[in-house]
Design a protein around this ligand. Structure first.
Ligand code: F6P
Length: 749
């Protein structure tokens, strides 16, 4: 209310100031106009009277002058006329004015002295009168003067009327402004503030949801405040959920890994040591959208898995800066704090030239090692110039890491993936006290398949610089040890799963990567599943009874064409699902400068078109291929709304889509169809496991998923959720960091 009073008072003062200035100006102008008009009329009258009176003055004819002044007395605004002699003495005057008109009226004397007409306003009997004196000359000498007395009181009346009118205008304006201000303040400020306050209280007390409150339109001045509070409320909800989870676990003495537990554990186990994480792909890249710069999280399991870990461990993530606006957002050290909305750790960007990116990333990493490690019948291509760039870029990363760990004693360095195979060796060579691990996110092939790489020994030597090498599953560890055994002089300890070479030991262990299961619920407040589904179909412009989803980077290892062919076969075998089931593929274009990837997009599009052409009816379509970098929020809506999620990788280290789908289904429903060639199939045994090359079996599995009994679905989902809940990303990080932290390097050398 105080604000309203202040607002109203300031508005009234402003209006008053404007009205007074305006009135003042009008009055001056009006007065000027009226006086000028009066003067003009008086001069005309005086000129005509002078013609008559001048001979009478000259002739000193007082009687005739008296008659004249009597005739001109009291006519309309002319109050009277007087005739003066050359010294200003009254000769004759209109009788009604006689008592007030004396000798030596200053304006008359002035006109006689100057021999020019003169006029001024004066008061006679308390009334304003305009007196105009005109000298009567003979041989250029004044012989008398004629004075006209005009009533000027109407000027004051007119000016008073202006003031009065503007006062009324001011009062009316003030009442109007006060009323409008109070209504606007009530509707647009006090009302929404009261609503927001109620919403904040509900969220604080756990009665409300931390998402945009109903009843407050978007785009108002409260929106920034609401989005900040929403964010705070979400953090609060997450913290509350974590605390409840901790309490529950303490109560049940369970050993579930949570974000909080990992945080405490890191503090205890590592004495608060920072973590240095290195990967090719950065967790946040800055892109341009019109004039605005926007941070996006790139598609891919690596960043999805590791960002939650870094958020709680702090530390430095060193990665290549690949966003078009990346350079604008870093400081002089090429660093920035991320995530942008809640900074928790440091991202240091390494800059690569076009040639380096071409040879190291597209060439050696993704046309060489990627197909080498994935047995998907796409031939690896090895070029010497790519290998040279791969080595140079690994050295560039090594330089950046060494600079960061310069002042750290025995730092922990966690290297990610096949882009940086040489980095462990390059770091350990300079910093033997560093504890270095490399985690390989993709499969490791058998020695025969690996053996075709012209630089097979160099890559192994680079990796064996690490103290710890991690793969997702045991079979990849076995393949790796077999490979080392085949191509290097070394001692393999099959009991310890260790390679000893040149006095340095490297442990090789499986760490199945996962998702931050406990955060799923709070990260996006759940809408009703039916509502999400309805909205999705509304957006697609048709309806269907069943919905399926696939989420992938568009990569030939993901088995997308195989999946589409299985869906085609499904409609052939089970035509009762035509017009009832739609499969949505959320495909993120990836590595498109490589021809194989570029061609794959066309292949997938053509396949979807062909199948759609064959089965579509009315507006219904069997396959919807949505090609874009989809946000986590969009993907989660599809996870929630779908009856089935199909993961048909031809070969995959882990595949976090499978785990994300399960983690998202807190309604306990939904069926996962999962490739036996994805690492996730080792843990998610309650999925419908398929061989994606077997089109018939995949079509049948899709049918089984849609026809599955509700209880069976719920049982399977419950068991899969228990597995992921237990084996979440915090356990992965906890296990990896513990093993690395507890290594005694002195044993190695
Ligand atoms: O999971 C394997 C991986 O190469 C990750 O290292 C990477 O984050 C992801 O796939 C996406 O690939 P890219 O970084 O080439 O876009």
């Amino acid at each position: 209310m105080k604000i309203s009073i202040r607002l109203v008072v300031s508005l009234i003062i402003t209006v008053a100031a404007v009205v007074v200035s305006f009135s003042f100006y009008s009055v001056i102008r009006e007065k000027e106009r009226l006086v000028n008009d009066l003067e003009r009329r008086t001069v005309v009258l005086a000129e005509s009277l002078k013609e008559t009176s001048a001979p009478l003055v000259k002739a000193n004819s007082a009687a005739r002058l008296n008659r004249l002044v009597k005739i001109f007395g009291d006519r309309e605004r002319l109050k009277g006329v007087a005739v003066f002699d050359a010294r200003g003495g009254v000769i004759s005057v209109t009788p009604s004015l006689a008592p007030a008109v004396s000798n030596q009226i200053p304006v008359v004397v002035d006109s006689l002295t100057d021999k020019t007409p003169s006029g001024e306003l004066m008061r006679i009997d308390g009334k304003k009168v305009y007196v105009f004196s005109m000298p009567i000359l003979s041989d250029d000498q004044p012989i008398g003067a004629l004075a006209l007395f005009q009533d000027a009181s109407y000027i004051d009346a007119r000016l008073a009327e202006i003031w009065r009118y503007n006062l009324i205008r001011f009062l009316a304006l003030s009442v109007f402004i006060v009323a409008v201000t109070l209504i606007v303040v009530r509707w647009s400020v006090e009302g929404p503030i009261a609503l927001v306050a109620r919403w904040i209280r509900d969220v604080r007390t756990g009665k409300g949801k931390p998402h945009y409150p109903a009843g407050i339109p978007k785009g108002t001045m409260l929106e920034p405040l609401i989005s900040e509070v929403t964010f705070m409320a979400k953090s609060l909800a997450m913290a509350r959920a974590r605390a409840e989870e901790e309490a529950r676990l303490r109560f049940r003495a369970e050993s579930l890994w949570t974000a909080q537990r990992l945080k405490e554990y890191m503090l205890r186990e590592l004495g608060g040591k920072k973590l240095f994480l290195v990967s090719n792909r950065e967790p946040y890249m800055h892109t341009r959208e019109g004039r605005a710069v926007k941070a996006i999280m790139p598609a891919g399991g690596l960043v999805t898995a590791l960002d939650p870990v870094m958020r709680i461990c702090d530390g430095v993530w060193i990665a290549s800066g690949s966003g078009e606006a990346d350079r604008e957002t870093v400081d002089a050290d090429d660093k920035l704090r991320v995530p942008p909305e809640e900074p928790a750790y440091t991202l240091k960007r390494v800059w690569l030239t076009k040639e380096e990116e071409d040879g190291y990333y597209y060439g050696f990493s993704n046309e060489g090692i990627w197909p080498l490690c994935h047995i998907t019948h796409t031939r690896p291509t090895f070029r010497l110039e790519d290998w040279v760039k791969y080595q140079e870029v690994n050295e560039k990363f090594a330089e950046a890491v060494l600079k960061e760990i310069e002042s750290e004693e025995s730092p922990l360095v966690l290297i990610q993936d096949y882009h940086l195979a040489l980095l462990p060796y390059l770091i350990k060579q300079k910093r033997p006290d560093a504890k270095v691990a490399i985690f390989w996110h993709i499969p490791w092939p058998n020695p025969e398949a690996y053996g075709i790489c012209p630089w097979r020994q160099e890559i192994l030597l680079g990796m064996l610089g690490a103290d710890l090498i991690g793969f997702h599953i045991q079979i990849h560890c076995n393949n790796f040890l077999d490979t080392v055994d085949r191509f290097l002089e070394s001692k393999i300890d099959w009991e310890q799963f260790m390679v000893v070479r040149g006095g340095h030991a490297t442990l090789v262990r499986p760490y199945p990567i996962s998702v931050a299961f406990e955060n799923q619920r709070e990260s996006a407040p759940r809408q009703d599943r039916r509502e999400i589904r309805e909205n999705i179909f509304k957006e697609m412009g048709f309806q269907a009874e069943f919905l399926g989803v696939g989420v992938d980077r568009i990569d030939y290892t993901k088995g997308i064409p195989e999946r589409f062919r299985a869906i085609e076969r499904f409609f052939e075998k089970y035509p009762q699902f035509i017009e009832k089931f739609t499969f949505v593929e959320l495909g993120a274009p990836s590595r498109t400068h490589i021809k194989r990837y570029h061609d794959l997009i066309s292949e997938v599009e053509e396949l979807a078109d062909r199948i759609n052409w064959r089965f579509q009816a009315g507006s219904w379509k069997p396959i919807v291929f949505l090609k874009a970098q989809h946000s986590h929020r969009t993907i989660e809506r599809f996870y929630m709304a779908s009856d089935v999620c199909i993961v048909s990788s031809l070969h995959d280290g882990m595949n976090l889509v499978a785990k994300e789908f399960v983690a998202a289904r807190d309604d306990g429903d939904g069926v996962l169809v999962l490739s036996q060639f994805a690492g996730a199939s080792r843990e998610l045994v309650d999925a419908l496991i398929i061989n994606p090359y077997d089109v018939e079996a995949t079509a049948d599995a899709t049918y089984s998923a849609l026809a599955m009994d509700r209880n069976d679905r719920a049982d399977r989902m419950r068991r899969m959720r228990a597995v992921i809940r237990e084996n979440n990303i915090y356990r992965w990080a906890g296990n990896l960091v513990t093993d690395l932290g507890r290594l005694r390097l002195s044993d190695n050398v």
